[in-house]
Design a protein around this ligand. Structure first.
Ligand code: ZN
Length: 368
């Protein structure tokens, strides 16, 4: 072996080592963050019993998180959404502010700084607490007029859900606004706004869109002729045009509403509808190879359990709800893709927000 070739081999090994270490430091290009509102372990169990296998099972990294808010062991969706979107706990009812009232920077705001596209796709009104935690900063989650104002200024590229009645002026039939502002017209100056599923599906060759598919929440999963998976596919295809990557938050919003109503069949339908979105996200992540998918809940709703003899074959005949409200039970986390291992273990809800932000944050300024 010659002197020259020894050196040559040394440099090749060094070069490969640098490439490997650079790759292991690389952050995922895209993040799809999925929240089953109110989805505890029992809700996932129910979906699996009925369907046999569910797409959430494709994730090989699992964790659990404690869902408490700053002022209550039993959180609401505003405080829980804030912990997941910012990495900080706040009081129940508060969106995107710390308990003292200071704005907390959220995952989407960090993503904008890196030039990524951002979006939300949900099955409730777009001003509801969970999506609002990804764009708004306000002390009261039910001040929908104010949250709608903040949504149209948020810079999100894709917004899919319900709730146009919070955007049309008070004179408009069905409006819930208290003023004469027409936020639909204001938003149309920035991007297309559509109000039907067909128009959303036809939208092509654009990078930004707001789709408000109902005046209020979207119909229940069993009463829609499209799934949250269809909405997620569309959101991904629009956002993925951005070469710097994207961050998308998808919410299976009505698992929570079904559990508040102690309606077992609706809990199953909504959890399986959420799982169609999980399939959409995981199929994209597999094909893309540089997308992290994190699936969790904001809290458990209903204190759901399956006592002895409550299950017959693949049917749940006597599931039991111990509450019509949220509970303090830990909720599951499933992760897939680069950096998925950061979501294994047991931790507080803030760990998820902090870790996602760390993964989208710029290492050095300026970053775009
Ligand atoms: Zn709830």
């Amino acid at each position: 072996m010659s002197f020259r070739s020894k050196h040559f081999r040394f440099f090749i090994v060094l070069f490969l080592a640098i490439i490997v270490s650079a790759q292991s430091d690389a952050k995922p290009k895209n993040i799809i963050f999925m929240i089953g509102d109110g989805m505890g372990i029992a809700h996932v169990t129910a979906a699996k019993i009925v369907k046999g296998s569910i797409d959430m099972e494709r994730c090989k990294v699992m964790g659990m998180h404690m869902t408490a808010s700053a002022d209550n062991p039993v959180t609401d969706s505003a405080a829980a959404g804030t912990a997941l979107s910012t990495g900080f706990r706040t009081n129940n009812d508060v969106v995107g502010l710390c308990p003292e009232g200071k704005p907390l920077k959220n995952l989407m705001e960090y993503a904008h700084e890196t030039g990524r596209a951002t979006g939300v796709a949900v099955t409730v009104i777009l001003t509801h607490a969970t999506p609002a935690a990804f764009y708004a900063h306000h002390k009261a989650r039910y001040h929908y007029d104010i949250i709608a104002d903040q949504m149209i200024e948020s810079g999100l590229d894709v917004m899919i859900g319900g709730g146009w009645n919070n955007f049309y002026p008070k004179t408009f039939t069905g409006s819930r606004r208290k003023d004469d502002r027409n936020l639909i017209l204001e938003l149309r100056k920035k991007m297309p706004v559509v109000t039907s599923y067909e128009s959303l599906m036809q939208a092509d060759g654009i990078r930004q869109i707001t789709a408000m598919l109902d005046g209020g929440h979207l119909p229940h999963a069993s009463k829609r002729d499209y799934t949250l998976g269809n909405l997620t596919d569309k959101a991904i295809s629009l956002l993925n045009q951005n070469q710097k990557g994207f961050v998308l938050m998808v919410e299976g919003s009505q698992i929570d509403l079904a559990a508040h109503d102690n309606d077992m069949q609706r809990v199953i339908d909504e959890t399986l509808d959420f799982d169609t979105a999980v399939k959409s996200a995981l199929d994209f992540a597999v094909a893309d190879g540089n997308t992290l998918v994190v699936i969790t809940a904001d809290h458990e709703t209903g204190g759901l359990s399956f006592p002895y003899k409550s299950i017959e074959g693949n049917k749940i005949v006597a599931g039991k709800f111990s509450s019509d409200n949220h509970t303090a039970a830990m909720v599951p986390v499933f992760a897939f893709g680069p950096d998925a291992e950061k979501f294994g273990g047991i931790y507080d809800n803030t760990h998820i927000g902090k870790t996602l932000i760390e993964l989208v944050k710029c290492d050095a300024e300026p970053c775009n």
